[in-house]
Write a protein that binds this ligand. Structure first.
Ligand code: AMP
Ligand code: ZN
Ligand code: FE
Ligand code: FE
Length: 276
């Protein structure tokens, strides 16, 4: 069985495993088609691309771009995009915005609870050239003993509804969908089931998204059926993935990937690539 996972993070963003460790792990678990979709950054894919074949893996170029819409963090996956000037500029800008936002969150943690955390600590955890995400802040808090688990950091301090949360300054979905499509990429709405406002999926479809991440790890059977319907009615491709970050809980899902073969077929057909 050719297992598939089209949504994976590495150390190039906020994942725990390096790109090569990801290739090794997924290959050992029987995966043949995967995509490394780091947040706002192509670094992980670039390292993995030249060595993927050694692991018998068909590596689909990918990235997960953060956008902002109606006060929500809307994630858009892009597959097969070329590195156009505007795409690179967008990713560079986001990296800077993420660093600024991390400083604001550290500031809030200091003022609200007296937690002493430094940007240098976050840079050490994330790797100097890589993007900084909230999981790095959670790790820094854990390292310093300010919380007992990464989850506690999100639940009590830096989760979306918590006092020390600060949103990233990111672009609108319309703009990002345009940049991806002009780069020859295929934009797919990531984990639609996690969007907490009704109606958003339809609005994003109207903006020119080309696919839905139907088979997301956290989607229930009902959600999968619901998004299959929406994809069918709107001529969207269907994709799927686990959002693997290398956290302890992520390993459990490796053995039971349920992403169907047609996800890769539809992606490749839309891109005009022969599916072998
Ligand atoms: P950022 O892009 O910096 O806002 O961080 C987003 C990442 O933080 C996601 O990809 C998840 O890995 C993690 N995350 C966000 N919210 C939670 C939560 N409530 N519990 C655990 N992890 C979370
Ligand atoms: Zn992440
Ligand atoms: Fe996401
Ligand atoms: Fe993700």
């Amino acid at each position: 069985m050719d297992k598939i996972d089209l949504h994976i993070h590495t150390t190039a963003s906020d994942g725990k495993l390096s790109p090569e460790e990801v290739l090794k792990l997924f290959s050992s678990k029987g995966y043949h088609t995967i995509s490394i979709t780091d947040h706002d950054n192509l670094g992980g894919w670039k390292i993995a691309a030249p060595i993927a074949e050694n692991y018998g893996i068909d590596l689909i170029p990918g990235v997960e771009v953060s956008t902002q819409y109606r006060n929500l963090d809307v994630h858009i996956l892009a597959y097969y995009m070329k590195e156009t000037e505007e795409l690179i500029e967008m990713l560079n800008e986001t990296r800077l915005a993420r660093a600024n936002r991390a400083e604001i969150i550290l500031d809030k943690l200091w003022h609200l609870w007296g937690f002493e955390l430094e940007m240098t600590q976050l840079e050490e955890i994330s790797g100097s050239d890589d993007i900084i995400g909230r999981p790095h802040i959670a790790q820094a808090m854990l390292d310093k003993g300010y919380c007992n688990s990464l989850q506690e950091a999100f639940d009590c301090y830096i989760g979306d509804d918590c006092p020390a949360f600060h949103s990233k300054l990111s672009r609108s979905p319309q703009e990002v969908i345009g940049i991806i499509r002009r780069a020859g990429g295929i934009p797919v709405l990531a984990h639609p089931g996690l969007l907490r406002k009704g109606g958003i999926v339809r609005e994003i479809i109207a903006m020119g998204i080309q696919g839905l991440e139907v088979y997301y790890k956290k989607h229930s059977k009902e959600q999968i059926d619901h998004y299959l319907n929406i994809a069918g009615n709107n001529h969207l491709i269907r994709t799927g993935g686990s959002d693997f970050h290398g956290f302890q809980k992520d390993f459990r899902f490796l053995d039971k990937s349920r992403v169907p073969q047609f996800c890769v077929r539809e992606l490749k057909e839309l891109k005009g690539i022969a599916n072998d």
